[in-house]
Design a protein around this ligand. Structure first.
Ligand code: MRU
Length: 354
């Protein structure tokens, strides 16, 4: 990719640099986080967003709690645990956040009694490993999923599950990038994705930047786009996938899956195994983030709805497994979607939180 969604700058006392996604596409601005609270704020306000990217940011956020720290390993672990607890409260739905934090905590405990500087180096190395693995997983998702896209396919996607939502390359958009790299002609319809417009601002930006033909539509236009056979596949990312394959993703995804079924369009989910939560049986148990009502009642800084009305603003919805044609992971394609196939592809060691 020709941009880096997030990166660690410097050595063990370095900082986390993020593209501020709230300012795209008008401004391309990188921000530096030097404190855990800055990372918490960046995740909470969607300066960094998308399930895998949130996980990577949190892993590096934990490292920030150790800047300049000395002392015994138990004291360092206490600092790291406090940071993990703080970051875990930033957003509730994307399981990659909790997966990455748990992985950092487990890795820190495995290190044993090292001098503080060596111990901190090793903790940072674990965060780098999470970031690098993400890049490899996204490319593997692209390789497996590109087989589902014939030359000439037009795809509908929702929200942003591209390079901006991961360390690199994306999940849903990885299928498209990989197919294009194989020489196939692929075009994309991008839902604008109300209320925060990740489709219009971010997906359209990164596809256009990479030379993939993209047509922007309002969310309400998806039905007619399918009815007129303008697309032959829907591909979305995921924030948390339950053991039975039920999938939480950006609000509006469930509606798209219903529409896709009604119009016999295949509906694909693309996600790394770190997005699976095998501790929960079905999507009913996935916590859904409720966000500020101003995201719905305001257009930018301008109020667009009367004062005093009720507002419902869930950030995500759950698509039942029976509406999903296949889930593409770095380990292969789950098709048909069901618990046995999910567990087989995730394996005993993989699969979100434990
Ligand atoms: O609220 P957001 O922008 O973090 O929501 C992001 C999504 O819903 C993405 O589709 C999902 O995280 C998959 S990202 C590869």
């Amino acid at each position: 990719m020709d941009f880096q969604t997030l990166r660690w700058k410097g050595g063990v006392d370095g900082c986390l640099c993020l593209i501020d996604q709230t300012r795209l596409p008008v401004e391309f601005v990188e921000i530096e986080c030097h404190e855990v609270d800055q990372v918490w704020h960046a995740i909470r306000t969607l300066q960094v967003r998308g399930a895998p990217a949130i996980g990577i940011a949190a892993a590096y956020g934990v490292c920030l709690s150790l800047r300049g720290a000395s002392g015994r390993v138990e004291q360092l672990i206490a600092r790291l645990d406090a940071a993990a607890e703080r970051l875990a409260g930033s957003r509730p739905t994307a399981v990659n956040l909790f997966w990455a934090l748990q992985r950092m905590q487990k890795a820190a405990r495995r290190l044993g009694d090292l001098p503080a500087s060596q111990w901190r180096e090793a903790v940072l190395a674990e965060a780098h490993a999470i970031c690098e693995e993400d890049g490899r997983m996204c490319r593997a998702i692209g390789r497996h999923g590109a087989k589902l896209l014939a030359d000439g396919t037009a795809v509908l996607t929702h929200c942003n599950a591209g390079g901006l939502a991961t360390g690199d390359y994306g999940t849903a958009l990885a299928l498209i990038y990989a197919a294009v790299e194989q020489g196939k002609k692929i075009s994309v319809f991008a839902d604008e994705t109300r209320p925060l417009l990740q489709g219009a601002r971010l997906t359209a930006w990164e596809l256009h930047r990479r030379g993939v033909p993209v047509t922007l539509i309002c969310d309400s236009m998806a039905a007619v786009v399918m009815r007129q056979r303008r697309v032959s596949a829907v591909i979305v990312g995921a924030d948390r996938i339950a053991a039975n394959g039920d999938t939480a993703n950006k609000i509006g995804t469930y509606g798209l899956a219903v529409l896709a079924r009604a119009h016999q369009v295949p509906f694909y989910v693309a996600a790394p195994t770190s997005t699976f939560d095998l501790t929960i049986a079905s999507g009913e148990m996935i916590p859904i983030e409720q966000r500020d009502e101003q995201e719905v009642t305001q257009w930018g800084a301008r109020r667009i709805a009367p004062e005093g009305i009720g507002v419902f603003n869930p950030a995500f919805d759950v698509t039942p497994a029976e509406l999903i044609s296949a889930i593409v992971t770095e380990n292969g394609v789950i098709q048909p979607v069901g618990e046995a196939a999910v567990r087989a592809v995730c394996g005993p060691q993989n699969g979100g939180v434990s």
